[in-house]
Design a protein around this ligand. Structure first.
Ligand code: SAH
Ligand code: SF4
Length: 355
């Protein structure tokens, strides 16, 4: 069976051409899929009956089963455990977009945090996804399908999706081709037309993937997870750092910055007395000074497999003050959905599916 969400517009056009249907029909199917958001091929309107029959016989609109649906107490975050056709499960999180308080319309806008893999092979010690290991890559259609799921839900509530962050389970640059194909589909103006500037890809820092993003002019925002400013510190937390030292990673980042002329976001999970020290802050300042960089600091969210503690607010402030002296702007990422283990790095923590 073909999952129609796997296909770019061109691939759909080619498939239907093989079946003897013109681009006119491909456009209709595409509009149906991405504008009407039908739950199944049966629900697609205005499709030529013979084509609909062929689609029913050979294709699906890959939908997930909802294994669990948890809402945070503050009502701003909802975490879904979604079941894939082969029994794998992945997590997708919806967060209310916190915009300007004087713009009530903005409170109806949301951010989706989506997964790129089932599990993750990178093994960062403080991350629940890393602790569970790697299951498999998600297909482009499974990445797109998460956004369809979110859009269907938000539409029922009269709300809209504003931002997409590839910060759920998995390492998107380890699943480069499927992730890029999904982004191409999601940003296609004939369909969902999500703004690439509203999509952020977060990577553990795979230099080849970062260079490829630059060479291929992929228009998304780039966030690089650093967590350590010396090789020794970074290797303790992020195993891939053993293969790619900071000098190699930062070379790739500078290449990206120059080629794309874009700011890079760096993520830093702050762990008390581990990587929130004056020495680490100074080393980070020296490493990034002069670059068009913005640092997102995320006080550690608890996971079962890691004993570290989050930095307290004073240590977070002190860390930021040192960065500011190096001319580096930083923001503290709001902690969200911690009560339902939907915070960064907590995915797949508590409600593992039975069996
Ligand atoms: N694999 C990608 C994207 C998913 S992780 C990456 O590593 O960037 C998204 C972000 O959450 C990363 O910056 C990651 O370092 C961070 N993170 C992981 N576990 C965390 C935890 N327990 N507390 C806070 N942030 C965490
Ligand atoms: Fe994978 Fe990112 Fe978690 Fe590291 S932090 S294990 S790269 S999901």
């Amino acid at each position: 069976m073909i999952n129609l969400y796997d296909l770019t517009f061109q691939q759909l056009t080619d498939l239907l051409a093989d079946w003897g249907y013109s681009q006119f029909h491909a456009t209709k199917v595409w509009h149906q899929m991405y504008r009407s958001l039908p739950a199944s091929i049966n629900d697609m309107a205005e499709i030529k009956p013979s084509l609909q029959e062929r689609l029913l016989a050979e294709a699906t609109l890959g939908q997930f089963s909802t294994i669990s649906d948890l809402g945070s107490k503050d009502g701003d975050t909802r975490k879904f455990l979604l079941g894939c056709a082969d029994g794998q499960s992945i997590e997708t999180v919806i967060m209310r977009y916190v915009g300007r308080k004087d713009r009530p319309d903005e409170t109806r806008r949301f951010t989706a945090c989506i997964s790129s893999q089932a599990g993750c092979a990178m093994g960062c010690v403080f991350c629940a996804t890393g602790q569970m290991g790697f299951m498999r890559h998600l297909s482009a259609g499974e990445i797109v399908g998460q956004i369809i799921f979110v859009e269907q839900l938000l539409r029922q509530q009269g709300a809209a999706l504003r931002n997409v962050v590839l910060m759920g389970m998995g390492e998107p640059l380890h699943n480069y081709d499927n992730t890029m194909q999904a982004i191409e589909i999601l940003t296609d103006q004939r369909g969902l037309g999500l703004g690439a500037r509203h999509i952020t890809l977060s990577t553990v820092g795979l230099p080849d993937g970062i260079r490829r993003l630059a060479d291929e002019n992929r228009p998304v925002n780039l966030a690089v997870s650093l967590h350590g400013a010396t090789d020794e510190e970074r290797q303790r937390l992020v195993p891939p750092a053993k293969r790619w030292p900071l000098a190699v990673l930062l070379d790739a980042c500078r290449y990206y910055s120059e080629k794309r002329n874009r700011r890079i976001f760096f993520e830093w999970t702050l762990i008390a007395y581990e990587n929130d020290t004056v020495e680490q802050a100074e080393a980070l300042g020296r490493l990034l000074t002069g670059m068009d960089a913005h640092i997102n600091v995320i006080p550690l969210n608890p996971t079962d497999g890691f004993a570290g503690r989050p930095s307290d607010p004073q240590r977070v402030k002190d860390f930021q003050a040192i960065l500011a002296r190096y001319g580096l702007p930083s923001t503290v990422r709001q902690r969200r959905g911690i009560d339902i283990a939907a915070g960064c790095g907590q995915l797949r923590q508590r409600e593992r599916p039975e069996g």
